[in-house]
Design a protein around this ligand. Sequence first.
Ligand SMILES: CC(C)(COP(=O)(O)OP(=O)(O)OC[C@H]1O[C@@H](n2cnc3c(N)ncnc32)[C@H](O)[C@@H]1OP(=O)(O)O)[C@@H](O)C(=O)NCCC(=O)NCCS
Length: 237
Amino acid sequence: MEATQVPGVLCREIMPDSCTGADSSRANLEQPVRYEPLGEEHGDEVMQLLLHSFFREEPLGIAAGVRTPEDVHHWLPAFVRPIARAGLSSVAVEAESGRVVGVALCHLVEGHSHDSPLMAALQPQRDIKAMAVAQFLADLHIGLDEDAGSLSLLVLNVERHFSGRGIAAELVRTTEERARQRGLKAVTADTTGEFSKKTFERLGFRVLRELRYEDYSGCTLRPGPVHTTARVMLKNL
Ligand SMILES: CC(C)(COP(=O)(O)OP(=O)(O)OC[C@H]1O[C@@H](n2cnc3c(N)ncnc32)[C@H](O)[C@@H]1OP(=O)(O)O)[C@@H](O)C(=O)NCCC(=O)NCCS
């Protein structure tokens, strides 16, 4: 697969908001946010959001050492663009600026197959840290059948300065609605930390399986103190 650069990646660390030119401290918290289907036109902006927000905070990636743009820029377009084309995902957009401030990336789990869009985007020899993430998630699902035919929420991310406003919950509700419209019976999610678990639990998801990072034998993961456990969660519609 041909490597593609994420446009505009100039910073060396996946850390500052300055990577995107977005000054989140100026976010007007009274500004309404609207929810839209993720289209191909959002692809670049979503990748920037993931770079300066998701990979900076998501517990499993942190535990696997995914830290710099070099750890993600080879494979991120190959992960995001097919998901955007599938038309099952959603973005939260700040109404005034039109800026993407949240995203729910979703994938249809066909039959009993657990083909992972992340695994499909990676080259094992090159993307070693991201492979650890993909392998952990694959192992988390081994032998699990309850999620067959569900809409799987792969990535949930809200920019930090918009956190705590219920935007993640609204993105999950939008995902549920999309699944209902398609006649699907369930939504599933891989939750890799305690904050997202809280969001899903409040919306009526239950835990199908959980695995403590320190009990995983596939590779060494170094989670922070707060987020100790990954879970597969499900809600029947
Ligand atoms: C997890 C995430 C999507 C939650 O988004 P959100 O819009 O803040 O979600 P909600 O408004 O529904 O709030 C969820 C709960 O988590 C809490 N929370 C979210 N981020 C937090 C943070 N950095 N520190 C402390 N609490 C946090 C919220 O305060 C809220 O709890 P409360 O209502 O008891 O206060 C967002 O924090 C995020 O993108 N994190 C980084 C990526 C990630 O880990 N994604 C989930 C992987 S599956």
